[in-house]
Write a protein that binds this ligand. Structure first.
Ligand code: ADP
Length: 554
């Protein structure tokens, strides 16, 4: 028989993160920017106290363990209070993606059976379009980010829902209505964007969130520490803002929330003003920021001091190597590529460069940095072919990535999408990848974005990465166009940098240097901007809808 260790079975819960931040880091700043660009300065002590007041306030509104409380909010300290306060009641914070259509939001709120909602005043016009999805009489708690009075008597001011503060709590005291400490209890619900079929709910546990926060603090990962000022550009309504708020609570890092101002110049102003050291966002955000930095440099302006910025994480879709090189070479700024999914809470891999790679020289380092990276501790991955056979880690064999680990979904809410889980306990990601012998994973495509031309697979990611390395190109997305002879052929949508352009022949010649002829797109479609989806990623479904039949009409 196994001899059991003599350690406590101490639960890994969000209540502890709340109590820890309050006990150890009360003075550390939490700063939020409002829609009018005014700045609200709070700190971990105040946020943790108010989160606890929210816990008790929700309780007095009849919310209890297991209930879903929706949030429809930008990134700010009240949303952070909800992140900590709702799970501290044993309830579940259900983040709603404010870029989804009212129809999708109606579906999601109904599917989740939300009992209450916390909503930004500036988002009430959107809320009014799906309000009926909530049960009648459900509390509607409004964060008055516009400062204006509330006109609808059914709305409650967030501030008035907060229960009165209790006496100064003892170190590590948990909220007084603290539900049973079950680390496997659900804490957060987030729906996938549902580009195929209805959105599915990913229900994360306290334990998964806490372990994931530890992983973000590792130096080979995001390395978030108490001396960081974290800028979560990635929205809190999507994949828990990559878990950055919880990691910051764990280590006592400061947070500078950008509010709704996510254009490149507003973000650069914010990074400069708040002395940001760490930021995370999707490639489209960083493409805009690099362009703004390049233009300022060309104009001889030095508007932004980013000397404290130690790392920027690019993830959520493939980061073109030209983007990472541009930051590093032209501006001396470090960016790191990472891969994740909502179903992984979301971090899966980080493109950290290990000594084994560094010793192989510059080309190996560049290739590792451009890859999606090696798995986080306790995330196990493999890739399989169409028959389900596990493929070798040789950097060549291409197959669907599958993962398992303590922060990987074991099923979806209400048991939907069971075909995404294997009988032997892996989650099927839908990403087509190679894995090399050092464990570096490279995404060649999402299975639904792969271009299949005459039975051959063409990697849209590889083509668009190369197009974005062309000096005139700002953004490019490659997608499948239907074609009679080959079934599908690649098409490219291209947006140029201001005042620049290139002919089809120039773009084709640029690609021909790296790819076989049959890979080259059949058409280059000029667009002002590549369309974006609800999380800011390139939206290839829209491109396929608009231009997918282009070759048939010819
Ligand atoms: P969705 O994009 O469907 O809204 P997620 O945010 O969960 O939902 O997206 C996860 C998907 O995003 C992954 O399956 C993968 O296709 C893509 N992705 C995430 N990070 C990267 C990356 N670094 N490179 C390429 N693709 C990525």
């Amino acid at each position: 028989m196994t001899l059991q260790g003599r350690m406590m079975a101490f639960p890994l819960t969000i209540q502890h993160l709340l109590a820890r931040a309050r006990t150890l880091f009360p003075e550390t700043p939490i700063v939020s920017r409002r829609p009018d660009k005014s700045v609200v300065r709070s700190n971990w002590g105040t946020v943790a106290n108010r989160a606890e007041q929210l816990t008790r306030g929700l309780r007095s509104l009849g919310i209890g363990p297991g209930d879903r409380v929706a949030t429809l909010c930008w990134n700010h300290h009240e949303h952070l209070e909800a992140y900590l306060g709702i799970p501290s009641l044993g309830a579940i914070v259900h983040t709603l993606n404010l870029r989804l259509s009212p129809q999708d939001l109606t579906y999601i709120v109904g599917h989740a059976e939300d009992k209450a909602i916390i909503v930004d005043q500036s988002l009430l016009p959107l809320f009014s379009k799906f309000r009926d999805a909530l049960p009648s009489g459900a509390p509607v708690i409004v964060v008055r980010d516009l400062g204006a009075p509330l006109t609808d008597p059914a709305f409650q001011d967030y501030e008035s829902v907060l229960a009165p503060a209790e006496a100064v709590p003892a170190p590590f005291a948990y909220p007084s209505v603290f539900a049973a400490a079950d680390e496997n209890a659900a804490a957060m619900l987030c729906y996938t964007s549902g580009t195929t079929g209805n959105p599915k709910g990913v229900l994360t546990s306290h334990r998964a969130i806490v372990l994931h926060a530890f992983a973000l603090a590792l130096r080979d990962s995001f390395g978030i520490a108490s001396d960081d000022v974290v800028l979560p550009v990635v929205p809190m309504f999507h994949a828990s803002s990559w878990g950055l708020p919880y990691a910051a609570a764990l280590v006592g890092a400061s947070i500078a929330f950008p509010g709704p101002h996510l254009d490149a110049v507003s973000l650069l102003d914010w990074m400069h003003a708040e002395k940001v050291t760490f930021a995370g966002g999707v490639p489209t955000i960083w493409i805009g920021i690099l362009d703004a930095l390049d233009r300022a440099k060309a104009a001889g302006e030095a508007k932004w001091d980013l000397s404290l910025l130690r790392n920027m994480i690019i993830g959520g879709s493939a980061a073109p190597p030209s983007l990472m090189d541009g930051f590093l070479i032209r501006h001396g700024l470090k960016v790191t590529h990472a891969w994740g999914m909502t179903e992984l809470n979301p971090l899966g891999t980080v493109a950290t460069v290990t000594p084994a790679i560094a010793s192989q020289g510059e080309a190996a380092v560049a290739s590792a940095r451009a890859s999606q990276g090696i798995p986080s501790p306790f995330v196990e991955m493999r890739h399989v072919d169409d028959a389900g056979t596990v493929l070798p880690w040789d950097g060549v064999a291409m197959g669907e990535l599958e993962c398992r680990g303590p922060w990987v979904a074991s099923s979806y809410f209400r048991d939907e999408g069971q075909d995404r889980f294997t009988a032997d306990g892996f989650f099927k990601t839908g990403d087509v990848v190679t894995i090399d012998r050092h464990g570096y994973m490279r995404i060649t495509d999402r299975s639904k974005d792969v271009v299949k031309s005459g039975g051959e697979w063409i990697s849209s990611v590889a083509l668009e990465n190369s197009l974005m390395a062309h000096p005139a190109v700002l953004e490019a997305a490659v997608f499948a166009g239907r074609e009679e002879k080959w079934g599908e052929r690649p098409l490219a949508a291209v947006a140029f940098k201001e005042g620049q352009a290139a002919t089809d022949e120039e773009l084709a010649a640029h690609l021909a240097a790296s790819f076989p002829k049959y890979w080259l797109p059949d058409a280059y479609i000029r667009v002002a901007q590549v369309p974006r989806g609800s999380t800011g990623k390139f939206l290839k479904t829209k491109l396929r809808e608009d231009y997918g039949d282009l070759l048939l009409k010819k």
